[in-house]
Design a protein around this ligand. Structure first.
Ligand SMILES: [Zn+2]
Length: 272
C-alpha cells in the first residue's frame, strides 16, 4: 500500500461545494472498491456524495465488473458476489478466470499541451486491457476459447474518478483555501471536458509487487507567478495499468507559491 497518513482531518465543510452547514460524510480518496485506505473525515455533503458515488459505481461495474470479481476486490455487497463467471455455455471459477482490467491510455492533459479548455482529446484515449499473465497462460492451456470481456466505454466517468482521487490526494497536504481548484467543476460534472485536466504520464508503468495504488503530489512552476499542482495516480499498480496525472489546481502569486511549497514540504516530512 502507498504511504502517507490514512486519516485526514475534516476541512469542516464539503470539499466539493464548500457548504459548511450540512451533514458531512467521510470520503475515501481512492474508492473502497479499489482497496482505498486513505480517508478524509467528514468531507462530503450528501448531495455531492451522490454525484461522486454515481461515477465511482459506473467505473467499478461497467469497466471492471468481471475483473473485480475475479481478483476479489473489496465490495460492500460481497456476500452477493458470484463465484463463477459465465463464458458462453460454461462457467469458470472466478479465481481462475483471467479477467481483463480495462484502462484508458491517455495523452497528457490538454492544459499541459497548451490547448483551449474546450478541446476534447478524450476521443484519442485508447482502451487497453491488463491481464494477469500467469492466469491467462494457464487458462489458455485448459480452455479452447479466449476469455471474453464485457465492459462499457465510460471515459467521462473514469476521468471524473481520477480527478476526484487527485483532488483528495492534494487535500492530504493542503487546505481548501491554499489553491484554486481547477479540477473541481470536472468532478461535479459542471464542466464535461475532463481531458483538459486529466491525462497520462510520459513514462511506462512498471508493476510494483503487492502495491494496490500509488498517489503523489508535485508542483510545476509555469511562471514566477503561477504554479500548477499535479497529482500522480496509479491504480492497480501491481499490474502494467497506465499511470495518470491530474491538474488539481493552481496557485497564483509568488508569495503564495513560496508559502504553499513550504507547507507541502513540511507535511511531506511528517508523512515519510
Ligand atoms: Zn457538497
Amino acid at each position: 500500500m502507498t504511504h502517507g497518513p490514512t486519516n485526514i482531518d475534516s476541512k469542516d465543510k464539503c470539499i466539493y461545494c464548500y457548504d459548511s452547514n450540512v451533514e458531512l460524510t467521510d470520503e475515501h480518496i481512492v474508492p473502497f472498491s479499489l482497496g482505498g485506505v486513505h480517508i478524509i473525515q467528514k468531507a462530503s455533503c450528501l448531495k455531492c456524495n451522490k454525484i461522486t458515488t454515481k461515477f465511482e459505481r459506473k467505473v467499478a461495474r461497467d469497466l471492471w465488473g468481471d475483473a473485480r470479481i475475479s481478483y476479489d476486490a473489496p465490495s460492500r455487497r460481497k456476500k452477493n458476489r458470484k463465484d463463477f463467471i459465465s463464458m458462453g455455455n460454461s462457467e469458470i471459477p472466478a479465481s481462475e478466470y483471467p479477467a481483463g482490467l480495462v484502462f484508458y491510455e491517455m495523452n497528457i492533459p490538454g492544459i499541459l499541451q497548451g490547448l483551449a479548455e474546450d478541446v476534447d482529446i478524450s476521443k484519442l484515449w485508447k482502451m487497453v486491457v491488463i491481464h494477469d499473465d500467469k492466469r491467462m497462460e494457464t487458462f489458455l492451456k485448459e480452455n479452447a476459447n479466449k476469455p471474453t470481456l464485457s465492459f462499457r466505454n465510460v471515459p467521462q466517468e473514469f476521468g471524473q474518478l481520477l480527478a476526484k482521487i487527485g483532488y483528495g490526494q492534494v487535500l492530504t497536504r493542503l487546505d481548501l483555501d491554499d489553491f484554486n481548484p481547477i479540477c473541481l467543476p470536472y468532478i461535479t460534472g459542471e464542466k464535461s471536458n475532463v481531458s483538459y485536466v486529466v491525462g497520462g504520464v510520459l513514462t511506462d508503468a512498471q508493476p510494483i509487487k503487492e502495491t494496490g495504488y500509488i498517489l503523489n503530489t508535485k508542483g510545476i512552476i509555469i511562471s514566477d507567478n503561477r504554479l500548477l499542482l499535479i497529482a500522480e495516480v496509479r491504480l492497480y499498480s501491481n499490474t502494467h495499468a497506465p499511470g495518470y496525472q491530474i491538474i488539481v489546481g493552481e496557485i497564483l502569486g509568488s508569495e503564495n507559491i513560496t508559502r504553499v511549497i513550504k507547507k507541502m514540504n513540511s507535511t511531506e516530512k511528517v508523512i515519510n
